[in-house]
Design a protein around this ligand. Structure first.
Ligand SMILES: NC(=O)c1ccc[n+]([C@@H]2O[C@H](COP(=O)([O-])OP(=O)(O)OC[C@H]3O[C@@H](n4cnc5c(N)ncnc54)[C@H](O)[C@@H]3O)[C@@H](O)[C@H]2O)c1
Length: 243
């Protein structure tokens, strides 16, 4: 199950899971985009359903999990990719609405997903949860996205706590912390061309990550390849950008 599956990293990851033969639940607030991802998963030869969900609403997240279980019987992997920086502004300009929306989407959305799926995973004997954090949590987002960076820091800590609480019950939980990725996120978060140039200049590889590169990592983490991994965040940074 993937939230934020209508676009960017979520869609790329859905298609990589499909390549590996997984059945994919494509969940997103953007119903049309989610349906398009599901069509692409089916075109790749796997099965998919698209569900419209606002991850900031517990009732909708609960319904999403219920529908997925009704259709596929169990959820082996939950990838919480839905998230955004929403808007860039200096720390003193962050108002209550931006703060609350940032935490609702990036933190509460992740919290709801984990709390609603865990009882099913525990009953089934195990599962893997991968949450989307960001390199931003290492830098604090000065001058544009402290609201977002701090919310992603909360995602890293939330992931660690859940991983450690359930580590001896078949559950693994990890987060991924990419530097900038070439997706609709940049436009949706108000990244200006000048800011984008500064970001790229600060990355030793002098480019942003591609969504597929993050998707490959998520599928690896969710696989049985390295089952000793849990709790930590994994950086995908092109060599740094810690500035
Ligand atoms: N692109 C980057 O530079 C970058 C870097 C680090 C981390 N991230 C994180 O990666 C994740 C995916 O971002 P992306 O780059 O694919 O961006 P994206 O904008 O392409 O995709 C985000 C998806 O989340 C969905 N979404 C937004 N609000 C939602 C809600 N309330 N309920 C359900 N779905 C909702 C959007 O409709 C969209 O399909 C986010 O959590 C983002 O914070 C992105």
């Amino acid at each position: 199950m993937i939230t934020g599956a209508a676009s960017g990293i979520g869609r790329a990851t859905a298609l990589i899971f499909a390549r590996e033969g997984a059945r994919v639940v494509c969940a997103d607030i953007d119903a049309e985009g989610g349906a398009e991802t599901a069509r692409q998963v089916e075109a790749a030869g796997s099965e998919a359903i698209a569900l419209r969900v606002d991850v900031t609403r517990r009732d909708q997240v609960r319904a999403m999990i219920g529908e997925a279980i009704a259709r596929f019987g169990r959820i082996d992997v939950l990838f919480n990719s839905a998230g955004s920086a929403l808007r860039r502004c200096g720390f003193l300009e962050i108002d209550d609405a931006l703060w609350d929306r940032s935490y609702d989407l990036n933190v509460k959305g992740t919290f709801y997903g984990m709390q609603e799926v865990l009882p099913h995973m525990l009953a089934a004997g195990g599962g893997v949860i991968v949450n989307m954090a960001s390199m931003a949590h290492r830098r604090g987002g000065p001058g544009g996205s402290v609201h977002y960076a701090s919310a992603k820091g909360a995602v890293v800590t939330l992931t660690m706590g859940v991983a450690r609480e359930f580590a001896d019950r078949g559950i693994r939980c990890l987060s991924v912390s990419p530097a900038s990725v070439e997706t609709a996120f940049q436009a949706a978060s108000g990244t200006s061309p000048e800011m984008e140039a500064r970001i790229v200049a600060g990355i030793p590889m002098k480019r942003m990550a591609e969504a597929d590169e993050i998707g490959e990592l998520v599928v690896f983490l969710a696989s049985d390849a390295c089952q000793f991994m849990t709790a930590d965040t994994v950086y995908v940074s092109g060599g740094g950008g810690y500035r």
